[in-house]
Design a protein around this ligand. Sequence first.
Ligand code: HEC
Ligand code: HEC
Ligand code: HEC
Ligand code: HEC
Ligand code: HEC
Ligand code: HEC
Ligand code: HEC
Ligand code: HEC
Ligand code: HEC
Ligand code: HEC
Length: 446
Amino acid sequence: MADAKQTTKKLAQRIDLNYFKQPHPFRRWRFWLSVIAPIAAVLWIGSYEIAGNDRVYSAGEMSASHRVLGTKCGACHVKVVGGFSAKASDEACLSCHDGPIHHANQTFTPHCSSCHKEHLGRVQLAATSNASCAQCHSNLQTNGAATKFVRDITTFNGGHPEFAALRPGASDPGTIKLNHAIHMKRNLLGPHGPVQLDCDDCHQPAISSAVLHFGSAHQQSAAPPAMQKSDLPLLVAQQAYMAPATYARHCADCHGLQFDKRFTEGVPHDTPEVIHAFLAQRFQTYIASHPSELREASPMEGLPQKARPAQVRILTPSQWAAEHVDEAEQLLWRKTCKQCHTLSFSAGDGLPAVAKSNITTRWFPHADFNHEKHQMLRCVECHPGGLASQETADILIPDIQTCQQCHNTSSNSAESRCFECHTYHDWTKINEVKGRTTLPSLRGGQ
Ligand code: HEC
Ligand code: HEC
Ligand code: HEC
Ligand code: HEC
Ligand code: HEC
Ligand code: HEC
Ligand code: HEC
Ligand code: HEC
Ligand code: HEC
Ligand code: HEC
């Protein structure tokens, strides 16, 4: 309970109304602080100024790649009276590295810093927002002819169109016949008995340490075919995409090119012209060392009865060779090569033409993909058709829903902003930049 005699008036009389006239340690401190703090601040800023370090004016921590410029504000900001301009000029950015244009037919060119936001901490500058792309792609306009691309794209999970390679009407231009279902079945006949093939027996990136189980020994060193155009650096692209299957590396051991029982070797896997010359040479050399066979030439099967030559004929070596070349070629063109290729025969008895193989290595020419970054998945998660497809014409490439299962905006997901899959700058148009910064100026901050 409160003391009854302790009234408000009595309490008030206890306060010394002249307290501020008397010295007191706290009040002294307050005075000196108000003098020292500004002086210290000026000295602090001054010391940075003397050292040529402008970090004190900074709007925030620099991005990871630009941290080395953390004290060199003038590299991006123009110095103006009383500090720096708040804008960073495109010319400043371009003096250290190029940022080539996106498309010549774009209606305007945004400033570098509108996409690459600085002073936000240790971020990756290239990780630009969807909005930086949607400013044009939400309603795509071009200078000149109307665009062939879908015009309203704002997010990957909202309005992004199905990939062009999977839209109705798209086709596989490849001509090599391959039945995936037959080759993936159990107990397929291999060179030394039954085998179970795996996808990587036929599909590896160009740079790969995978062992080739069914390539022919003498042709295995054959390099994989060259890559199609890619925005990725060549070395990355050679690990990111699957190189086309080749006969020498992936088919040879199971599909020999034998042409005659007199020889164990097969013809080289080459053009009909090369094979024709090879056969002529082999049969001529053979008959020269086996002249007795000239007398034993037996009737050629398959010819109509009346066209059959006499039982025993005596041929000249060149007649003999020509007939055997012809016989071997009938077998190769009509059966062996035809198993995998489409051959076209011109009128007359010229050599056939083999259709170009046209195996696609870039199904998405306008986006990047990297198999190496997805090696945690089984191939058939993205390519279920690899087990079931019977026709080369089938398109086995995954659709957009497959990607959206992981690349979406939920918190437990892979990146889904545009830059993850697309490049903005056309790096084929890059300008070389001549270095201008000196080490002392960078480290000294001048
Ligand atoms: C690598 C280039 C770069 C360097 C180096 C750099 N900045 Fe910036 N700064 C930017 C960009 C980009 C912006 C965004 C402004 C714009 O749109 O142009 C910016 C903005 C700013 C702003 C305005 C902030 C706002 O919210 O409007 C200030 C202040 C600033 N910088 C100070 C500094 C100081 C001080 C330094 C040196 C310590 C520095 N900057 C170094 C690129 C840079
Ligand atoms: C004084 C030189 C210098 C200036 C000025 C400069 N940069 Fe850089 N920038 C670098 C260096 C060094 C790297 C790291 C090496 C590389 O990637 O080329 C880098 C990397 C980058 C990257 C890729 C790295 C990442 O985090 O994604 C982007 C994007 C970039 N700079 C944009 C800009 C922009 C935009 C400006 C202008 C506001 C600018 N730079 C000004 C030197 C500079
Ligand atoms: C519309 C947004 C946008 C604009 C504007 C833009 N960039 Fe970029 N920039 C990107 C994206 C997205 C990437 C990552 C993909 C790529 O390489 O194209 C990137 C990548 C870069 C890189 C990094 C390359 C690397 O090594 O990873 C540099 C450097 C760069 N930009 C510089 C510039 C410069 C300089 C400008 C201005 C002349 C500029 N950018 C304008 C979006 C933009
Ligand atoms: C200044 C406007 C503008 C901005 C910003 C812009 N684009 Fe484009 N984009 C275009 C134009 C114009 C085309 C070409 C259309 C044509 O030729 O038919 C295009 C084409 C494309 C294409 C298809 C052709 C190709 O290059 O492969 C892709 C993919 C693309 N843009 C992605 C992006 C991404 C990702 C961003 C953001 C980092 C972006 N764009 C930002 C205007 C823009
Ligand atoms: C015996 C060799 C062989 C095996 C084993 C094989 N492939 Fe193929 N694959 C090919 C050949 C040859 C082509 C090119 C012809 C074509 O387009 O069908 C091809 C094409 C492809 C293509 C791309 C072109 C398209 O048609 O869409 C994909 C994707 C593919 N295979 C996935 C697989 C997967 C997944 C497996 C394992 C389940 C597999 N392949 C097993 C030989 C093989
Ligand atoms: C087991 C399947 C198979 C057989 C049998 C086969 N090839 Fe091929 N051939 C291929 C594959 C796969 C390619 C694509 C890449 C490569 O190996 O260079 C190809 C490519 C070719 C090419 C190059 C086509 C182009 O794109 O320009 C020619 C020419 C060719 N083969 C000729 C022949 C001839 C002639 C025969 C018969 C003697 C034959 N091939 C037998 C699988 C086969
Ligand atoms: C492990 C051995 C093996 C390898 C490697 C192999 N094949 Fe075969 N392939 C076979 C066998 C066995 C058959 C016959 C299967 C059957 O008819 O049941 C066959 C059949 C085929 C057929 C005819 C299929 C049909 O529809 O009847 C084609 C075309 C073919 N292979 C192409 C290729 C190509 C192209 C490659 C290389 C990219 C290849 N094969 C690699 C063993 C192999
Ligand atoms: C995350 C999904 C994914 C997985 C897992 C995957 N692929 Fe692919 N694959 C793709 C996409 C997307 C493409 C089309 C890329 C392009 O050409 O632009 C492709 C293309 C291919 C092609 C055609 C050539 C090329 O690179 O474009 C072959 C062959 C292929 N994949 C085989 C395989 C094999 C074999 C595996 C397992 C080792 C595998 N893929 C795993 C998504 C996947
Ligand atoms: C997970 C990967 C991924 C992301 C994220 C992504 N895209 Fe795509 N995008 C693709 C693929 C794959 C294609 C097919 C490319 C082709 O057909 O060559 C494509 C095609 C396109 C095209 C061409 C459309 C057409 O009509 O053929 C444009 C434009 C485009 N994307 C813009 C964007 C924009 C803008 C964003 C961000 C809002 C974005 N993409 C995000 C993978 C992606
Ligand atoms: C199982 C989930 C999963 C699926 C399905 C998936 N991705 Fe990815 N993807 C990832 C992860 C995780 C990363 C990040 C890998 C890293 O940065 O090392 C990634 C990275 C990427 C990258 C960047 C590669 C690089 O070089 O950094 C691209 C492009 C991409 N994915 C495209 C696709 C496309 C297109 C599809 C559909 C055909 C797809 N992804 C399907 C999980 C997935």
